[in-house]
Write a protein that binds this ligand. Structure first.
Ligand SMILES: [Zn+2]
Length: 357
């Protein structure tokens, strides 16, 4: 066979092999041949797809954080900052997470010991007093807020809700020592001239998540429910019970206090911040309810999937969530820092809550 004929045959073989690979791939995609499944991403996005990337899609650049929500600077050498509320009450924060301590005549009461800066808590306290830590109060069971408790050493009294004790026994985490004093409804801690009123309102965020109120300083510590100036963390701050978590924000709104320590983000909050979050919750509930009422199951889905009930609802829920995102974006994208980061999570969660709770 002439040289050029061999070359031609080789090229033809390559083309044929290439075609056969393409054909096999196409067959596998449409029918799951060879026992393999490879679902195809739709070439057409949903109509009216928001410009904010949905969950699982990389964001090129998140919205800028407004200067007002960037928070006071943290001294990088210290890694935390202290905020003095007066009357012996202080907040420690790294602008991500917050804890407090209160100085009384014979000692110090610490409220929460976050993993991220618990090792600096003693140093922070030493900036204002050399009195010993006598009490530790747990706001709730979650590791991000109390997972540094062990690093404080042996604290004689650890106070928490009975549900927090139950959860901590279950979790058996050596970094979160068990409470020594528990309560179910209310507990008043009186030490020296200082008072802390602990109360339980419901399991919204986490069973056993309590409010800690310092009446003399008029500071309320209520963790993982209110996010001053910011979009709440995803899924309404991983609320165990979204309906109850929304109700707790309304409790906080109606209570009498001057400063709220919410446990996260860059600053403490005011009543105006809680009003804003409450308004956002009303709006997202309305937006998701309207989307649920006006979206039809199965509309626009690939006819080949019409007998797959999971697929029908996946497609339906996507369209409800995207309508919810579109409804909220014009008003809220500039009113809550980090709106774009978690709005999809919130709309998916709101849709589910309205449908099943
Ligand atoms: Zn939590």
């Amino acid at each position: 066979m002439a040289k050029h004929s061999i070359a031609k045959l080789a090229r033809m073989t390559l083309v044929l092999v290439g075609l056969s690979i393409l054909a096999t791939a196409a067959h596998a995609q449409s029918s799951g041949a060879n026992g393999k499944q490879s679902g195809t991403a739709s070439v057409e996005p949903y109509p009216n797809m928001p410009s904010i990337p949905p969950i699982g899609v990389k964001t090129g650049k998140y919205f800028d954080v407004p200067v007002t929500e960037q928070g006071p600077a943290i001294d990088p050498a210290k890694g935390y900052r202290l905020q003095d509320f007066g009357g012996g009450l202080y907040m420690i924060t790294d602008n991500q997470i917050q804890s407090m301590f209160m100085v009384y005549d014979r000692g110090v009461v610490v409220m929460d010991a976050p993993q991220s800066f618990a090792s600096s808590i003693r140093k922070a306290i030493a900036e204002v007093t050399d009195k010993p830590i006598t009490h530790l109060v747990y706001s709730h069971s979650h590791g991000d807020h109390i997972g540094g408790a062990k690093t404080l050493g042996n604290i004689p009294v650890i106070i928490a809700h009975a549900e927090t004790l139950r959860l901590l026994k279950r979790d058996a985490d050596p970094n979160r020592p068990l409470p020594t004093v528990t309560f179910t409804d209310k507990y008043t801690l009186q030490v020296g001239g200082q008072t802390l009123e602990l109360s339980y309102h419901g399991p919204g965020h986490d069973p056993g998540n309590i409010f800690i109120y310092a009446p003399k300083q008029r500071v309320l510590m209520a963790i993982d429910l209110v996010f001053p100036g910011w979009m709440p963390w995803r899924r309404f701050a991983v609320a165990q019970d979204v309906v109850d978590a929304f109700a707790r924000v309304e409790d906080i709104r109606k209570m009498d206090w001057d400063i709220i320590v919410g446990g996260h983000v860059t600053r403490v909050g005011t009543h105006a911040d809680v009003e804003r979050q409450s308004e956002f919750y009303r709006d997202i509930k309305q937006a998701a309810a309207t989307a649920l009422a006006t979206t039809k199951v199965g509309e626009g889905i690939n006819p080949l999937d019409k007998d797959n009930p999971w697929a029908l609802f996946d497609d339906f829920i996507d369209r409800v969530a995207l309508q919810c995102v579109n409804t909220l974006t014009p008003k809220w994208s500039t009113r809550l820092a980090g709106f774009d980061v978690f709005i999809w999570d919130q709309c998916y969660t709101m849709e589910q809550t309205l449908r099943i709770d």
